[in-house]
Design a protein around this ligand. Sequence first.
Ligand code: BTN
Length: 264
Amino acid sequence: MSDPEWEQMLASGMLAGQPVRFLAETDSTNSVALGLAASGVSAGTLVVAERQSHGRGRLGRAWASPPGSGLYFSLILRPALAWADFPRITLAAGLGLCRAVEAIAGCQPGLKWPNDLYLNGRKCGGILTETGPLAGEERPAVVVGVGLNVNTEAAAFPEAVRDRAISLRMATGRQEPRGRLLAAIVAEVTARVRQMEQGEWGAVLAAWRQRDIHAGLEVAWVNSKGQVVRGISLGPDEEGLLHIRDSRGMVHAVLSGDVGLAER
Ligand code: BTN
């Protein structure tokens, strides 16, 4: 399948006017991007890899990165936002990822708090947001790392996640163009973060909530004491914390950890 945007990016080192560091193989594009951010590269710089040996996800998990079929990249941003706003960037980036996939692949993925993209009840993408050095930086860098299973075959996923993972191609039945997707995701993520900078976080949050796959459903969350809290997911609040109402009516505000559908 021809993928002109991908070919053009490889030939020019640019994608939609932004500089790209393309790596045939690296440990983690987020690690490379954090190093580049510390050395002062400009906002908008993109690190893209064909293969990652140690792709990282949230909560210390690994991100499987088989070559030739997925998107593994990190976008360096220097947003004009207060430090306290940074946790919300993951939600804004997730919304951008979802909208770009809707536009290019023509399917309707959903979002799982805080950072996952889901299709047909399985995970097809994830976001790992990390920050560069804060001291002495007028505009600290934020690295938005995105992994998306684009044309990945089921057999290429590690066995441990095979029954929970999906690619766009597995869902749509079509080969999807990685270059066009990449350009659309970068444009969307940048636009959603810009919306936050312009004081339009409320609109970003409302659009996120429309795509929330757990809204109104019974979920289970393992808290920091290892206790399982079950309740109805009320979705993220203004701060981006997930609210869960338990059977006694108590509302828990979740900052981190894993939340999944409660088993019956
Ligand atoms: C998650 O599901 O918890 C987030 C997964 C994020 C994976 C991407 S792949 C590109 C970038 N580099 C990494 O090491 N991780 C992110």
